[in-house]
Design a protein around this ligand. Sequence first.
Ligand SMILES: NC(=O)c1ccc[n+]([C@@H]2O[C@H](COP(=O)([O-])OP(=O)(O)OC[C@H]3O[C@@H](n4cnc5c(N)ncnc54)[C@H](O)[C@@H]3O)[C@@H](O)[C@H]2O)c1
Length: 273
Amino acid sequence: MKENLSQKLFDLSNKVIVLTGSAGRLGSNFAHILGDAGANLILVDIDYKKNEKIEKIISKKFGIKTICSNADITKKAELEELCKLSVKKFGRIDGLVNNAFYSPRTNIKNSAMKFEEYQSDLWNDVVSVNLTGVFLCCQIFGKIMSKQKTQSSIVNISSIYGINGADQRIYGKSKLNSPPSYAATKGAIVNFTRYLAAYWNKKNIRVNTMTLGGVLDESYMDKKFIKNYSEKTIIGRMANSDEYNGALLFLLSNASSYMTGANLVLDGGWSAW
Ligand SMILES: NC(=O)c1ccc[n+]([C@@H]2O[C@H](COP(=O)([O-])OP(=O)(O)OC[C@H]3O[C@@H](n4cnc5c(N)ncnc54)[C@H](O)[C@@H]3O)[C@@H](O)[C@H]2O)c1
């Protein structure tokens, strides 16, 4: 009889995984692939309406257990409450994906994205979600993981703008210029990951970063920008929103059991030339 070794390697059956930003473009894809791999999911997103819709679909489709939460990751008390509820329901936490992020692009004049005019309150808002929120989630859910005997895995989501400077030449009139707070927080995540991996040595918690390239979204990206961006990648195009699912499965499962403190870069070759 066939042993299905490859399936076993990536299997997440009955694992309990916290996913932040689960109602977003990538978050909803992640929720689907983790549900398909058998994980029970704690879906965290301030957009409760969208989050609830996703929860209903995946719990029915994959027969998994879920918690749908509108906890704000910048609020320690809300995360502590959610953690308590999760441990009460599932008894443990096996994984955490820090995927939620805040981008102040909407309703902001392009000139406000200029570094010289960038407001410190915008800077602070971004830092509080993209960095402090990740810190709080790691602290609160990681505390449970550190007391468990079984293997657990944390995946922090960064961006090519966390490892490279944003090339201002590609934006033109697109109004998609990446703000300085995004670069600073996504860069910080990469080394925060290394810190935690080292801090929790011998505690059975692996901590890795997944660094992603831009995802194609024609609903708000102009053709010129898409072309300019695509030319900067070796593969010659932007990513599709489901192209990071395999890497996430890899980092959360036994397939990556000898990997911690690392940065897995998926950028279509953007940073390779
Ligand atoms: N989309 C891309 O092109 C791209 C490229 C590189 C990296 N990334 C990274 O991938 C991740 C997901 O990106 P996306 O494009 O799916 O984003 P998105 O904006 O579609 O989703 C982010 C989600 O986070 C939620 N959120 C925001 N603040 C929150 C808070 N305080 N508490 C709880 N939830 C909160 C939002 O409601 C939203 O549903 C981000 O970390 C981003 O930096 C994305």
